[in-house]
Ligand binder design. Sequence first.
Ligand SMILES: [Zn+2]
Ligand SMILES: [Zn+2]
Length: 138
Amino acid sequence: MDEAKIIELLDEHGIRPTSNRIMLMMALSKADHPLTMKELEDLVDTIDKSNIFRSLSMFREQHLVHVLQDGADAVRYELCLSHEEDHDEDIHAHFYCERCGQTFCLNDIPVPKISLPEGYRMNTINYLVKGVCPKCQQ
Ligand SMILES: [Zn+2]
Ligand SMILES: [Zn+2]
């Protein structure tokens, strides 16, 4: 994703595109898997930790990122590529490899639809499969 696209995305979500936020978004969009705070900190080492954390909370509130728990209970962030507020089309399953500890996005497999009983409202859903990735099986 280029800078112009990122600025547009931030604008659309009512977030002022400061250089720090753009840098963070850039790091998230380049990653091929959801990132932990630690990984993000290493990628954007010019921004301090509390600033990263505040921006991520803001992105989360504005549905710009997905927040998920990986198989080792670490919180991970990834860019949400759906632009609809109430209907998130970008929900996909994740795979956690118990050998190498990597988390993968399974973008191309369909996820089951959950029908909640009356009175319950869903905010987010996590599909996490644990096992061994192809690389670790070799
Ligand atoms: Zn693995
Ligand atoms: Zn993902």
